[in-house]
Write a protein that binds this ligand. Structure first.
Ligand code: NAD
Length: 359
């Protein structure tokens, strides 16, 4: 698909689209900065073997815009950005490749801060960090975000239950977890410790299934295609994107959906509306899984786990606000979440109108 880039940028309010090529290492990177009203653009670097340059640009644009809303809804003072690197991850990586990339990030002078995303490792990030300080999520600082992402989703589930049933006592409810990888298994642990009435789970990785079977004897394993239609109160997606779609939504019996997975609505408008019409309360993914970005966001101080845990708890109140907006305006919760994020961006941009002099 060919897109007219300036038209696209104008339509969706993008600030900058940057191409970077390094002839020594063959590095081809595209950084998109969507909106920096709240602060420097924060978003990960992804390596992907795109079939065309257009596909890579579109991905960078789409992901950067998503980060603007995610960061704003997480209460952070960061805008949205993303980098895509074109190529096969197992063929292109080297120290010089990532250091060339680090120098390019440095040349952006702090307008964009990067972190790990698909096909990037902690080792790659350390090479980038040799050339620039505009990197977060390093192992010796905030480390693996998954446990904090799971904690945020746990608060998201509580908020969903409170709003839907006016009672957030986990012990009264049944759950179906899709995916017990890094985030799903920690979330399962939170639910077990809160004495959940019954927990079903599925996965396709035998090692991850075995791990749950060994450690959580009461959790019930089901085949992956059975997970949607279980007669449970909460469906907890912690695996793939696009799983809420024309085929799955009509079969769902749960009344609340909240989990860690990204981009779970196959079509944001159509499937957000379908869930609303079926009276299923959907906790928007980019708000529920905001714990990860809250964990890595730079604060200007040393990493403080207690502060992060406190900030992640706020996901509960934010979701209640979003559910309220959705009800008042009679719109899907996904749209209400974007409205909530945009409102924060607009309000904060207004406070910058006051002249306070130079330091
Ligand atoms: P992970 O790879 O550790 O776990 C995903 C699990 O899902 C794996 O065990 C995998 O086998 C399983 N799975 C894959 N396909 C499946 C299927 N068809 N049916 C059932 N299970 C299946 O990943 P993770 O870090 O736990 O992330 C899960 C989701 O959360 C992803 O969408 C990710 O983008 C999102 N997310 C993660 C974080 C984080 O901090 N890790 C932050 C924000 C969002």
């Amino acid at each position: 698909m060919r897109i007219n880039k300036f038209d696209y940028m104008e339509k969706y309010g993008f600030e900058e689209l940057i191409y970077f090529y390094d002839k020594e290492t063959g590095l081809k990177a595209i950084t998109c900065i969507h909106d920096t009203t709240l602060g420097p653009a924060l978003g990960g670097t992804r390596i992907w073997d795109y079939s065309s340059e257009e596909e890579a640009v579109l991905d960078a644009l789409r992901l950067a815009e998503g980060m603007t809303y995610k960061n704003a809804a997480a209460g952070l003072n960061f805008g949205g950005g993303k980098t895509v690197i074109i190529g096969k991850a197992n063929e292109i990586k080297s120290e010089s490749f990532f250091r060339a990339y680090g120098r390019y990030i440095e040349s952006l002078n702090g307008r964009y801060i990067t972190t790990e995303d698909v096909n990037m490792t902690t080792k790659d990030m350390e090479y980038i960090n040799m050339e620039t300080n505009h990197v977060v999520g390093l192992s010796h600082k905030s480390g693996n975000p998954s446990p904090i992402t799971a904690l945020g989703a746990f608060h998201g589930i509580r908020a969903g239950l409170q709003y839907k049933f006016n009672n957030e006592d986990i012990s009264k409810y049944t759950f179906a977890i899709q995916g017990v990888g890094q985030t799903g298994r920690t979330l399962l642990d939170y639910l077990v410790k809160s004495k959940a009435k019954k927990i079903y789970y599925t996965d396709i990785n035998p090692k991850n299934i075995e791990r749950i079977k060994e450690n959580y004897k009461d959790a019930i394993f089901v085949k992956s295609e059975e997970i949607y239609s279980l007669d449970v109160d909460v469906f907890v997606p912690c695996a793939l994107g696009a799983i809420l779609n024309d085929e799955t939504i009509p079969t769902i019996k749960a009344k609340v959906i909240a989990g860690t997975a990204n981009n779970v609505l196959k079509d944001k408008n159509r499937h957000g509306k379908m869930l609303m019409d079926r009276d299923i309360l959907y906790a928007p993914d980019f708000v529920v899984n905001g714990g990860g970005v809250i964990n890595i966001a730079p604060t200007g101080r040393d990493y403080n786990n207690e502060q992060v845990i406190h900030n992640v708890e706020k996901i509960y109140d934010r979701l209640l606000d979003i559910f309220k907006i959705a009800k008042e305006k009679n719109i899907p919760t996904q749209d209400a979440a974007i409205m909530f994020a945009e409102e924060r961006i607009n309000k904060i941009s207004n406070i910058h109108k006051n002249y306070i002099g130079k330091k």
